[in-house]
Design a protein around this ligand. Structure first.
Ligand code: P6P
Length: 345
């Protein structure tokens, strides 16, 4: 059976964009290269001194893992070398990364990324991922990228995707014409088309939320969780709770099988925990392209939100459209106000 590699697919689909000159194709190809380099280290992380804490904290105040920083460096280097990317926003870097050299400054695109999401799972061998979001720059070509390039609504994304380093390594992405998944074949070192035209089920029985935060959730979320645990669905079984604590892994499973992932406002995270630019927007682009929904729990489409800062957090409800609609029904009926953190101090 002939396989279609990622590079062949990117070139084939380039004709979807009449004025494409191969720039976005080159950018996507470089992301694929960086993914293979990071995958190699992730796969042998237990064998080399790349596990564990780096002894530094990122802008979120989260302990950086050595592999976080390694992935950040590899993706930045590959994006810069593509000559198509003039700037990068990364979870691991406080400010935008811009370039002094002329070649990258000619780049027409910017990339927001979480180079290694879920890194608290690295040391225990649980799936982790890279998430990326690509925009056309709004600042003049030839200059350094500017903050306005990054603070665009998610509807302006030209491409978005993720790499999941799991039982196999996959790259899933969209350029606005459907969602396609590629599995890395280590024997040839190529991502090969394995999941063409992914469509997510309109309903599902999987709900994904960190129930350890239950008492800190808004009332509407608590009521929705109880709804999922009732026996009133056709199969008579309660919904299935699945939560890995790694966004890419939880999302990928729900994308393929149907389900809902919720990271709501909580007493501890009154704006939600997940970041708009490089976690929620790219995942929202993918789910919408696959027929699902992504909102902030109050009916506001994630991709319509105008970002105000690089590391802005938003409440995140994403997955099968019927499940999103039901969850938002509960939020409207019982309220989406999170309890005051003082109740827990
Ligand atoms: P919690 C990982 O740190 C992450 O950013 C996402 O990958 C994941 O969905 C979420 O945080 C898990 O957060 O609070 O449930 O551990």
């Amino acid at each position: 059976m002939s396989v279609t590699t990622l590079n062949e697919f990117i070139i084939e689909r380039q004709s979807d964009f009449p004025y494409a000159k191969g720039e976005l194709s080159r950018l996507l190809t470089h992301i694929g290269v960086a993914a293979k380099v990071v995958n190699r280290e992730v796969n042998k992380a237990g064998l080399v001194d790349i596990l564990g804490d780096a002894g530094t904290d990122n802008v979120q105040g989260e302990h950086q893992k050595k592999l976080d920083i390694y992935a950040d460096e590899k993706f930045i280097a590959s994006l810069k070398a593509s000559g198509e990317c003039c700037g990068i926003a990364s979870e691991e870097d406080q400010n935008i990364v811009t370039f002094d050299e002329n070649l990258p400054r000619q780049g027409k695109y910017i990339v927001s990324m979480d180079p290694l999401d879920g890194s608290s799972n690295i040391d225990v061998n649980v799936s982790i991922g890279t998430i990326f979001s690509i925009f056309r720059r709004v600042s003049p070509v030839g200059h350094k990228a500017s903050m306005e390039d990054f603070l665009q609504e998610g509807t302006k994304q030209v491409a978005a995707g993720y790499i999941i380093y799991g039982s196999s390594t996959m790259m899933v992405y969209t350029t606005g014409r459907g969602v396609n998944g590629f599995t890395l074949d280590p024997s040839i070192g190529e991502f090969c088309l394995s999941h063409p035209d992914i469509i997510t089920p309109h309903s599902g029985i999987i709900y994904s939320i960190n129930e350890g935060n239950y008492i800190k959730f808004p009332e509407g979320v608590k009521k929705y969780i109880k709804h999922c645990q009732k026996k009133d669905i056709p199969t008579g079984r309660p919904y299935t709770s699945r939560y890995i604590g790694s966004l890419v892994a939880d999302f990928h499973r729900n994308l393929l099988k149907g389900g809902i992932f919720i990271y709501p406002k909580t007493a501890g995270y009154p704006s939600g925990k997940l970041r708009l630019l490089y976690e929620c927007n790219p995942i929202a682009f993918i789910i919408e392209q696959a027929g699902g929904k992504a909102t902030d729990g109050r009916g506001n489409r994630i991709m319509d939100i105008k970002p105000e800062s690089l590391h802005q957090r938003v409440p995140f409800y994403v997955g099968s459209r019927n499940m999103l609609n039901k969850a938002e029904e509960f939020m409207r009926k019982y309220g989406d106000k999170e309890p005051d953190i003082k109740e827990f101090q």
